[in-house]
Ligand binder design. Sequence first.
Ligand SMILES: C[S@@+](CC[C@H](N)C(=O)[O-])C[C@H]1O[C@@H](n2cnc3c(N)ncnc32)[C@H](O)[C@@H]1O
Length: 399
Amino acid sequence: MTGMPAFIATPSPPDLAGVLGELPPEPFSEHFQLCVELVERYAGDWALALAAELALAPALADALSANELAARRGFVPGFVPALQGLLRRLAADGVLAVAGQDGTGAPRYRAVGPWPSEHRAELRAQGLATDPGIAPSLELLDLAGGLYPPLARGEVRGEQVLLGAGHVGLWGEYFSNRHPVYAINNVIAAVAALTRAPAGRFAVLELGAGAGSATEELLARLEQAGRLGDLTRYEVTEPSTFFRRRAERALRSRFPGVPLSFSALDIDLPLDATATAAGEFDLVFAVNVLHVARDLPAALARLRERLAPGGWLVGGECIRLFPGQPIAAEMVFLALEGFVGVELDPERRPEPGFLTPEVWRRLFTGAGLAPVELVPDLERIRDLYPFFNSGAICGRRPL
Ligand SMILES: C[S@@+](CC[C@H](N)C(=O)[O-])C[C@H]1O[C@@H](n2cnc3c(N)ncnc32)[C@H](O)[C@@H]1O
């Protein structure tokens, strides 16, 4: 490796294991933290490279918001959310400073330079040497980064490139339990769900199951706990036929005899338009799905109705620990119109995509769920370690 010393992760807080609560400490090793931080740094270096390619620095001698910068540089309006993500990342890395707001209340940024050089090649080599399993994260960032310049010029749409047939394999590798940076979401959500599964027999509804990585994790944990036989029903739902069929094939062969059923529930649609009836489930389980809902408060209120009294909604989510904190995966998702085109509300959904613990608590409480619990205690952990960007929000339908 040349050009830069090896990347070193933030020191792990000595008492992290003590604040994980119901989670097992093993997955949160120093090795895992290095993987997560390497991916975050890689996204940061992509932002530096793109700032150079898109000639952002000269314009940012003036304080500009993403909208103003797009207008100044002649970028199409559809690029503004992705540009906002870049500015936020550059500000978090100290290259830009927040300097007031524009007329819509959006932050303005000004270059405070000097601009550091980027080291994607070295970071990539170190990342793959540290753990080849993180390759899908790096490849997806490369795919998104390459897309930004033509996206800025209005030559392509994010969906067209990122969700094109040629990348189905990469998405499958990304949302997989063999991809450690993603799999942690499934581990946390599955442990939280297992802890809250009622004693005795119970029924599960899963949303946005994709190709089934979270389902696999939850079923494996139920199996380890000797509880697979307590399932009366496990309804695996996913609107994409392609991914649902994939999930069905894999899960039926891995878990024969489990009462699995498969259907296409859309969390944006009213209850009466879908196959499941109200009050049927003891557990509603969703990993990295809730944040895609167009009208999130309405979707949560509908999900509450599917729970039996005393049942739990467990939403595994990638979580922004502080307002404005950048998260690597967002560089990919902010290029998708479907991800950013959601209904916003200053209190309950201040921005598209990943939300903070406080906003999630307000959303679950507002949907009539109580108590609302966060697994692990991210409001405490974030003061010890700022890259713990995964958690499960758990809310109970009162008896
Ligand atoms: C980040 S992936 C979730 C991965 C999946 N939970 C797993 O375990 O691998 C988001 C999933 O939500 C699904 N989705 C998108 N819009 C949806 C909607 N309106 N209702 C339900 N699911 C949706 C997508 O098809 C995709 O499979």
